[in-house]
Design a protein around this ligand. Structure first.
Ligand code: TRP
Length: 362
């Protein structure tokens, strides 16, 4: 069976290097490898609204930012269907039916939802829509019969809920929905890129992000002020690479080719780390190298973004077309869902005939 790949992001801000290394780069590789039947990437604006109900403007502004990030990073609307979640009413329909197949306590057990409730201080007052979003996410995945969901570890609990719902649906009604697998990022550095301040995670609210759309000067400013080893005061001092954000970024981004092209003093990152540990390699040199390779990676993305920005109405057009294509798949699955549940009354000639028979006899 060929893969159907589906994944999405909440459009609450521009995408940063953490998104790129954690998922976007992988999506582009998957797309270009072409080993799938369909690939869907969507903006989860409905999900974003579940904890931003008072600020729809934030989402309205960021749809275009995320679309530009997707396209400039290399997602290609010819090969991958890009769409907006709220424009697919079938998602709301399927969510409604799936909600009957899961209990409140099952959703309460979801560790990602638990963490988010704490983070947002929702403990006393959880919006019902927010509470239900794992079910809505199960609808996102199953409506398109996705087999493969590239996502971070934090999404595994959502996939578990999805698989349970699929099994329940298929057992109770008919085998229509497909159990999806998560596809996790390949390595540890890709899983969680720290912020430029060395804090655990790159996150907009912490102000420690390098955005895909940052220009050269901004990238250098951010790299120059990055957290390193606080005890590495003089160039000659021995330094520590563990927990040193510059080296974590080099782990994530530097290739041997980067060394050949931009830093031939070393063959690879291991040699460079060795020198840093020994002492004699200054932070500034490390930062300059990191800056060079980041810009080398970001330059073509920025270039494409610049071109795409010249015709913004066309970007909305791409999203509209993708949404129309996605709706065709959505309508097909919903028709199968209704048939499986036998609530497709108007198409059910057998039902109409039986009922006519029954009332005749009375
Ligand atoms: N929950 C995901 C996030 O916060 C976004 C998302 C919504 C998603 N629906 C999805 C991801 C379906 C994968 C598949 O990033």
């Amino acid at each position: 069976m060929k893969k159907i790949i589906l994944t999405g992001d909440r459009p609450t801000g521009k995408l940063h290097l953490g998104h790129y290394i954690g998922s976007l780069r992988r999506r582009v590789e998957l797309q270009n490898a072409g080993d799938y039947e369909r690939m869907f990437v969507f903006m989860a604006d409905v999900q974003a609204l579940t904890d931003n109900a008072d600020n729809p403007e934030k989402i309205r502004q960021n749809i275009i930012e995320v679309a530009l990030d997707y396209l400039s990073a290399g997602l290609d609307p010819q090969r991958c269907t890009l769409f907006i979640q709220s424009m697919i009413p079938e998602l709301a329909e399927l969510t409604t039916y799936l909600m009957n197949l899961i209990t409140v306590s099952r959703v309460q057990r979801n560790p990602t939802v638990k963490t988010e409730i704490k983070m947002r201080n929702f403990e006393a007052n959880i919006p019902l829509g927010f509470f239900c979003y794992p079910v809505s996410q199960a609808a996102d995945i199953t409506l398109f019969k996705a087999t493969t969901v590239p996502a971070g570890e934090d999404q595994e609990p959502m996939l578990e809920v999805t698989r349970e719902l699929v099994r329940r649906f298929n057992t109770i009604y008919a085998p229509v929905l497909v159990e999806p697998d998560i596809m996790l990022p390949e390595n540890a550095t890709a899983r969680r890129l720290p912020g430029t301040d060395g804090k655990e995670k790159m996150s907009k609210s912490l102000g420690n992000c390098i955005y895909l759309s940052d220009d050269k000067d901004t990238v250098w400013q951010k790299v120059r002020s990055m957290y390193t080893d606080p005890n590495h005061l003089n160039v000659s001092d021995p330094g520590t690479v563990e927990g040193n954000a510059v080296f974590t970024y080099l782990d994530a981004f530097a290739t041997d080719e980067d060394f050949r092209n931009f830093y031939p003093d070393y063959q690879n990152l291991e040699e460079m780390k060795e020198h840093y540990r020994r002492g004699g390699l200054g932070d500034m040199k490390c930062k300059k190298f990191l800056n060079t390779i980041l810009n080398n990676m970001l330059d073509p993305i920025r270039q494409r973004r610049h071109e795409l920005e010249q015709d913004i109405p066309e970007i909305y057009n791409i999203l509209k077309k993708g949404t129309e294509q996605a709706r065709q798949t959505a309508a097909q699955t919903m028709s199968e869902v209704r048939q499986a549940m036998r609530i497709n009354y108007f198409d059910d000639q057998e039902l109409i005939r039986q009922q006519a028979e029954r009332f005749k006899q009375q």
